[in-house]
Write a protein that binds this ligand. Sequence first.
Ligand code: NAD
Length: 266
Amino acid sequence: MTEGRLHGKNAIITGAAGGIGLETTILFAREGASVLMADISEPALTAAIAKVREVVPTQDQRIETFKCDVSSEASVGLAVAHLDDWGGVDVMFNNAGIMHAEDADAVDTSEKIWDLTHAINVKGVWFGCKHAVLSLRKHGKKRGSIINTASVVALLGSATPQLAYTASKGAVLAMTRELAIVHAREGFRFNALCPAPLNTPLLQDWLGDDADKRHRREVHFPTGRFGEAIEQAQAVLFLASDESGFVNGTDFVVDGGMTRAYVTPE
Ligand code: NAD
């Protein structure tokens, strides 16, 4: 049997019980990685790991869950320390994020929603990056891959206001670029994933069955459809693997061409 693309690597995925995180866990596990599935929701983690066990044939690597709130540095530190017995972190996917229903424009977004969004989406990513670097150094690793989930709204504005979210994802992009350069000589790569609007609970629950809200977005998709979580996971797998060894500091856009379009096909 040929070895998987992540054979022998230890990965942490935050938001692992959600759309992108779960699909990425499945791909990572299929490719031979040991994965710590970190998420704030224990019930969601229980369901998610059951799904992983159902679809990934038993291999000899570890797949475990860990209740973690990425907005707490202590919590992220514990998740990363959990991998000390495994040999330390090789891949850190800082993916947990929220888009709050009360996120709005400059006037109507409350400070509470702004702070909550930034605590999870920005500080959470920073804590993940910080503790991944500490683990890579502690275990004497000569290379590591850190992938941070941003969004296409970090590159483009959104006419349907979600100011705290948009600003938070812009911060993820800027932070990732700087870390990529600062740690390049250590062999630690940092890339940001920029997904287009997806068919995952984060957005679909928010859109609900509001046809107008849905149409407002669909008209801007060159392909005419929302993206799928698995399409993001495939990109993350590439960024995590050594195949992307010379890919560093990128805004890795997976959007069906959306950010390249001024008008879209009729
Ligand atoms: P999702 O809601 O399906 O999953 C997010 C997961 O993060 C959930 O399992 C949730 O429990 C977990 N989470 C929330 N707060 C947490 C915290 N404080 N600590 C740990 N875990 C926490 O969402 P998704 O669509 O898979 O989104 C994943 C990432 O992709 C997010 O950062 C999101 O902003 C980004 N993104 C999503 C879209 C989209 O359209 N869905 C587009 C662009 C970017």
